[in-house]
Design a protein around this ligand. Structure first.
Ligand code: SF4
Length: 392
């Protein structure tokens, strides 16, 4: 560890989030200043962000109104792909799909509606300066802006994550500082892989809490004397995993805790948590290895390696359209349609949620309609184990 006390030159969301996620990774990155080696998801995310930045910036600089250029997006993507040293047909295709969908979803864009792209901010929070860049800020009306953060995550955030995101709270504070006329800030995570915009907003109380939290966490990064490794499912993509003894041990399945007496519940819980952490790391590693094999199977029908035969095959998913299915069944069984509907039909929850969002004119009406629908829904319950670390 460095002899000099560690002092942050500035704070940033990524700095704070790294400390929260894994203190050891924070130490490698910011204190020991080890060279980071980002994996494909980080490089891919960086590339997609860079393409969108240039694409929208050019649209603004040329003072265009109309659709963004899909052709230009793909050209930028191809150029950046080689520069980032990315590989793999599947990921490449995903990039093309994400960008095509973004352009289509954006529709006509009036250059005057985009206030800023990659907007830099310096926010004073107590004794710290928080530095950051906002992907994009759109003008909504004379009192409102929309802060947009592009995400290439595979998994959608939960509502709780969106509503309590520290990143979004910092962006809200920054937008109010940069544009003092702003009274309302809409905060949007644009989940590019899903074509979904997850929106939230902040109350003055939440913003004050975010400031206090940043000061507390900033101080913790400087006062910490211990930087424990916190194994998690993203270790496989950690840009310092090559230096991390905990990750190396996890890959070897090295275990510290084996409960010998299942009557000792403390020991049961300790082993359960260790196994759960290792399982996350090993599952992510399995996926990483499978992706390598899949990439090779694009050029070969099959591979025989270490005594195992690998092949790709297509799985089939059947979806039965409502009317034609009922017609065939009614004809074949002679059962009345009403009875068939009562026995078979159930409404897909995701499709229903989408429809409610589409037809309800505002959040309050959507909540009301959802509550009414929940009243008529049939509910089933299944037991599930819930586990969350208790702060020491
Ligand atoms: S590999 Fe995992 S445990 Fe190790 S430094 Fe990175 S995030 Fe932390």
């Amino acid at each position: 560890m460095s002899a000099q006390p560690f002092v942050n030159k500035h704070l940033s969301f990524s700095r704070l989030s790294r400390f929260e996620t894994c203190p050891l990774s924070f130490r490698f990155h910011y204190i020991d200043k080890r060279r980071a080696e980002p994996g494909p998801p980080l490089k891919f995310g960086k590339l997609v962000h860079a393409v969108l930045e240039v694409l929208v910036r050019e649209h603004m600089e040329d003072e265009r109104t109309g659709p963004l250029s899909e052709e230009r997006a793909l050209e930028l993507f191809r150029q950046g792909w080689a520069k980032e040293g990315l590989t793999g047909m599947e990921l490449f295709e995903e990039g093309l799909e994400i960008l095509g969908a973004f352009v289509r979803d954006q529709g006509d864009l009036d250059h005057r509606d985009v206030l800023a792209i990659e907007k830099e901010f310096h926010l004073q929070v107590g004794r710290f300066t928080v530095l950051g860049f906002i992907d994009r800020v759109d003008w909504v009306d004379d009192e409102t802006v929309e802060v947009i953060d592009y995400k290439t995550n595979r998994v959608l955030f939960t509502r709780e994550e969106v509503d309590h995101s520290l990143q979004m709270s910092l962006y809200d504070l920054a937008a109010r500082q940069i544009w003092p006329w702003v009274k309302n800030v809409r905060l949007t995570f644009h989940m590019l892989r899903h074509g979904v915009r997850m929106r939230t907003e902040r109350t003055p109380e939440q913003l004050a809490a975010a400031r206090a939290y940043v000061e507390t966490l900033g101080a913790m990064t400087e006062e910490a004397t211990d930087f424990p490794a916190r194994l998690n499912s993203n270790c496989v993509w950690c840009d310092h995993k090559q230096h991390c003894p905990a990750y190396a041990d996890a890959l070897k399945g090295k275990r510290d805790v084996v409960c010998e007496d299942t009557a000792d519940l403390e020991a049961v819980a300790r082993e359960r948590e260790e196994v759960a952490r290792l399982a996350k790391v090993l599952y992510a590693r399995k996926k990483e290895l499978e992706d390598v094999l899949k990439a090779h199977l694009e050029d070969h029908d099959e591979l025989v390696l270490a005594g195992v035969r690998y092949r790709m095959f297509n799985t089939t998913k059947l979806e039965y359209p409502f009317e034609p299915t009922l017609r065939v069944l009614a004809g074949a069984t002679g059962l009345p349609k009403d009875e068939l509907v009562a026995r078979l039909a159930a409404i897909d929850k995701k499709a229903l949620d989408r429809l409610v969002k589409e037809v309800a004119q505002d959040r309050a009406r959507a909540r009301l309609l959802k509550a009414e629908l929940e009243n008529v829904a049939s509910k089933s319950h299944s037991p599930r184990l819930w586990a969350k670390e208790v702060p020491a």
